[in-house]
Design a binder for this molecule. Structure first.
Ligand code: GLC
Length: 546
């Protein structure tokens, strides 16, 4: 089967909707979303007006990191269905005009992957161990880890194994959980295996891959200590020269992968999840012979501050254009506090820490709602390609009050609850206000508890409401497409401090972030993040026809 594509370079302007399969729609009733559930709800996404979907992992996995711990890269986990369910989902998506991007997780496997099990059963120095990063420990009896790196999820990045004969043995590297051993990308066998995995999904007809941890595969060959002892957030530490992250060696891997996807027709794409700063450095991931897109995390991390937002937009347009790639925009995903809540926080909240009932600076719900909507309308006007995370079209806030015994992000356990982690953005989404589990699951179960107060924001309630966030998204997506904003030029206007103004195509956009009340320019108001009468207050974005 080949992908259903005819237009050229669709990805340069596409709006891509992230489906987090566990939390999207559950057809089996076990409280965990699945592929058949996705298939049954795809028409809603076509109606919303997105161009493509990206699915987080649904592969065989013990689910220690919600499927980002893959035990078999070319099979579907029974939790989510079967390969036939995948094919049916893909066919349905294509018939609705939606392209399908799947996640690929090349930095590590699950510790239950056959390769890792073989490595544990084999001797130091064996070819089985050489697929991973096993090293002897430091100190006289090798009882100290080989270096001082820390896991992104907290705690050391090394775990010591017991050798087959029962003695304390070597250590293996895991930049994430101990159930996610890093593979060794300097080993050609690893490269060949991933060529095979890419082709397996390309042959099935996927339109591309979202590449997990695309800044992590190549480590400094000497595995030296990181010079800062306490790594608060290793993802953010990439720019500080950490020897695990953003090493030059990753680029030859992306060139190899680009050659593989280019063998196929239909413009299959690669999108990098690379937490790299500054943007000028991230641009190296999207040079013409590497990936097509990279997530714009500097944009996502920008606080609700007009001059900072303006600078990051300028910097993004410049950096991506310098290598001929489209700018991308993203506000929410399955790893960050949902953007309405995040943009209304009044205390710093490093990525990965999450928020819960005891976090400092918790958002005011009304401010969160206004900012979330304004930020979205601003983002959807920007030229390039935009990513959305399921549920943001409903304006879902971060869920704070998940009981400790229901939390599943390994971050929570690895930090003894010091960091709440990412469960608050992963709660199953509400479809119908009056159905069990708000229509998420026929049995009424949900793997993370849904707040009772979500009934009024369930999709069916919002569909009929012209003022709802869902209506705003659908309307903005339609205008963006009709007026070709994705491929238009952006020109800044003179505006007071705290207010952003620009023209894009035949639309004028005014976003009052933290500035004075500003008159609505002459013209027809096409869209507004909240009703405006004459002037635009703070936390509000308006599109006007020129
Ligand atoms: C990426 C994923 C995240 C996962 C991690 C390890 O950052 O987005 O959810 O935990 O990689 O695979």
């Amino acid at each position: 089967m080949t992908a259903t594509t005819t237009s050229t370079e669709w990805w340069r302007t596409a709006v891509i909707y992230q489906i987090y399969p566990r939390s999207f729609a559950d057809s089996s009733g076990d409280g965990i979303g699945d592929l058949a559930g996705i298939t049954s709800r795809l028409e809603h996404l076509a109606a919303l007006g997105v161009d493509a979907i990206w699915l987080s992992p649904f592969y065989r996995s013990p689910q220690k990191d919600a499927g980002y711990d893959v035990a078999d890269f070319t099979d579907v986990d029974p939790l989510f269905g079967t390969l036939a369910d995948f094919d049916a989902m893909l066919e349905r998506a294509h018939s609705l005009g939606l392209r399908v991007i799947v996640d690929i997780v090349p930095n590590h496997t699950s510790s239950e992957h056959a390769w890792f099990q073989a490595a544990l059963a084999s001797a130091p120095g064996s070819i089985e161990r050489a697929r991973y990063i096993f090293r002897d420990g430091r100190g006289p009896d090798g009882a100290e880890p080989p270096n001082n790196w820390e896991s992104v999820f907290g705690g050391p990045a090394w775990t010591r194994v017991t050798e087959p004969e029962g003695t304390p043995g070597q250590w293996y590297l895991h930049l994430f959980d101990s159930s996610q051993p890093d593979v060794d990308w300097s080993n050609e066998e690893v490269r060949l295996e991933f060529d095979r995995v890419l082709r397996f999904w390309l042959d099935r007809g996927v339109d591309g891959f979202r590449v997990d941890v695309a800044h992590g595969l190549a480590k400094h060959p000497d595995l030296p200590d990181f010079v800062i002892d306490e790594m608060i957030d290793s993802m953010g530490a990439a720019q500080m020269g950490h020897p695990a992250w953003a090493q030059e060696g990753v680029h030859e891997i992306w060139r190899r992968w680009r050659a593989v996807v280019d063998e196929y027709d239909g413009e299959r794409i690669l999108t990098a999840e690379a937490w790299v700063e500054p943007l000028s450095r991230m641009a190296a991931w999207v040079r013409p012979d590497e990936m097509h897109q990279a997530f714009n995390f500097p944009y996502l991390m920008t606080l609700w501050d007009a001059s900072a937002v303006k600078s990051v937009i300028d910097e993004s347009l410049g950096a991506f254009a310098s290598v001929g790639a489209p700018a991308t925009w993203v506000l929410s995903n399955h790893d960050v506090v949902r953007h309405p809540s995040r943009l209304a926080l009044t205390a710093p909240n490093p990525q990965g820490v999450g928020i819960g009932p005891d976090s400092p600076g918790l958002p005011d719900p009304a401010v969160a709602r206004a900012r979330g909507r304004a930020a979205t309308l601003l983002m959807l006007a920007l030229p390039g390609s935009a990513y959305m995370f399921q549920g943001e079209e409903l304006g879902l806030p971060e869920v704070l009050d998940i009981p400790a015994d229901r939390r599943q992000d390994p971050t929570f356990a690895r930090t003894q609850g010091e960091r709440y982690g990412r469960d608050g953005c992963r709660v199953p989404i509400p479809w119908e206000a009056d159905a069990p589990a708000f229509g998420f699951s026929p049995s009424g179960q949900a793997w993370l508890p849904q707040p009772a107060e979500w009934a009024p924001i369930a999709r069916d309630r919002q569909l009929a409401d012209p003022e709802s966030t869902l209506t705003m998204y659908a309307h903005a997506l339609r205008l963006r497409r009709e007026r070709r904003l994705g491929s238009a030029e952006l020109t800044w206007l003179d505006t007071p401090d705290g207010v952003l103004g620009f023209t894009v195509g035949d639309v004028t956009v005014i976003a009052n972030v933290d500035g004075p009340e500003t008159p609505v320019p002459d013209g027809i108001v096409l869209a507004a993040s909240r009703p405006v009468a004459g002037s635009i207050p703070q936390d509000t974005c308006v599109w006007i026809a020129r």
